[in-house]
Design a protein around this ligand. Structure first.
Ligand code: SF4
Ligand code: SF4
Ligand code: FES
Length: 369
């Protein structure tokens, strides 16, 4: 990465076009803001640049070698070219090298994955130079018994997005680049299973992985159903707010045939949680279709058992019971507990009910908001 000192806004030239840039920005950051496409694989806007994949090489006037746009900082009057025969030739050969070291489908493209295979998308758009495949399988964990995350070393391009995410965003460093040369792979300390490490099973490494080398185990049966087609073509996506705690992370629910089959985070920068989710938001969605889930109001009868009833009757029974307790023992004998799984408005109404209707300050909620 080139060293750049100073502050301020200035102009640079990309493909003959004058554009505004700020000191400290990289070529890719300026280009993306200006709608100029530079392919990337190891780049994630949340992470420090690594310059690992060489997909984003651009020509910088005055530089003999092409430079990685994701790591090259702009300076005033810099002149950059993002499309040229030299760059195109570089991409065609580079994608060929990746394909030679990757599992391919019957069309000779990197296999589809439950999440977008960014390498496949790039190869589809390029006249890739076909090279002899590398026969040796990569070293890697395929026996990890953790319930959520599967690693397939043969699909890994060693871009280190997962390890940098785990280190820089999650601050856990459960996974790392291990071994050397052709044996290099993603691993944990001592090749332990993720459950025996500091891993929080946040799944952020899955979201950032550009090739499907890291995937959700729960989503794997779906890719088999989809074989030969665009993965997850039949799923509908709905943006919603996670209701596990009061943070309010945004999440995308992927629904197929009325069944929730996967949860992902919106893209980094799109929402306040910046592409991140925790283990609960990402993986704990089985309750949605669970047979024990309460789907109608229930009132306990004289027989001590819960019986289905109408909302009107359930509310009448509840209010009569609460008023009776207040009458017999005073308002402070009552306590109201709300939930961080409710909205802010619902929690506000709950404390109103407690304070204004029943006259007690005994109101609490697990997020204490
Ligand atoms: S699930 Fe989260 S904590 Fe675990 S390895 Fe992946 S990024 Fe790191
Ligand atoms: S597992 Fe995915 S994110 Fe991690 S290094 Fe390999 S390709 Fe990159
Ligand atoms: S995206 Fe720039 S080197 Fe990988």
């Amino acid at each position: 990465m080139n060293e750049v000192i100073g502050t301020g806004t200035f102009e640079i030239e990309i493909n003959g076009r004058n554009v505004k840039a700020r000191m400290g920005e990289t070529v890719v950051e300026v280009a993306q803001r200006e709608g100029i496409d530079i392919p990337t694989l190891c780049h994630d806007p949340r992470l420090d640049p690594a310059g690992a994949c060489r997909v984003c090489l651009v020509e910088v006037e005055g530089q003999r070698r092409m430079q990685p746009g994701c790591a090259w900082r702009v300076t005033p009057d810099m002149k950059i070219t993002t499309e040229s025969p030299r760059i195109q030739r570089h991409r065609e050969v580079l994608y060929g090298l990746y394909e030679a070291d990757h599992r391919l489908d019957e069309n000779g493209l990197p296999v589809p994955s439950p999440n977008e295979n960014e390498l496949r998308t790039l190869c589809e758009k390029t006249n890739v130079v076909k090279l002899e495949p590398v026969e040796a399988p990569r070293r890697g964990r395929d026996h990890d018994v953790n319930p959520y995350i599967k690693f397939d070393a043969d699909l890994c391009i060693l871009c280190a997005r997962c390890t940098r995410y785990c280190d820089e965003v999650e601050a856990v460093s459960a996974i790392t680049l291990a071994w050397r040369g052709g044996e290099t792979t993603i691993s944990t300390a001592g090749e332990r299973g993720l459950l025996d490490t500091s891993c929080e099973l946040c799944g952020g490494c899955i979201d950032t992985c550009p090739t499907g080398a890291l995937v959700e185990k729960k989503a794997l049966p779906l890719i088999q159903l989809d074989s030969g087609k665009q993965p997850f073509a039949a799923t509908k996506t709905t943006r919603t707010t996670c209701n596990f705690c009061g943070v309010g992370c945004q999440m995308d629910l992927h629904v197929r045939d009325g069944q929730l089959v996967k949860v992902t985070s919106p893209e980094p920068g799109e929402t306040l949680n910046d592409g991140n989710l925790c283990i609960k938001g990402r993986f704990a969605y089985d309750f949605v279709h669970h047979e024990d889930r309460i789907t109608e109001p229930l009132v306990r009868g004289d027989d001590g058992l819960l019986h289905p009833t109408t909302w009107e009757n359930a509310l009448k029974v509840a209010s009569e019971g609460l008023l009776k307790v207040k009458e017999q023992h005073g308002a402070d004998s009552l306590g109201f507990i709300s939930s961080s799984r409710c909205t802010g408005e619902e929690n506000y109404l709950m404390q109103k009910l407690s304070r204004a209707v029943f006259g007690t300050n005994n109101i609490h909620q697990c997020a204490a908001t």
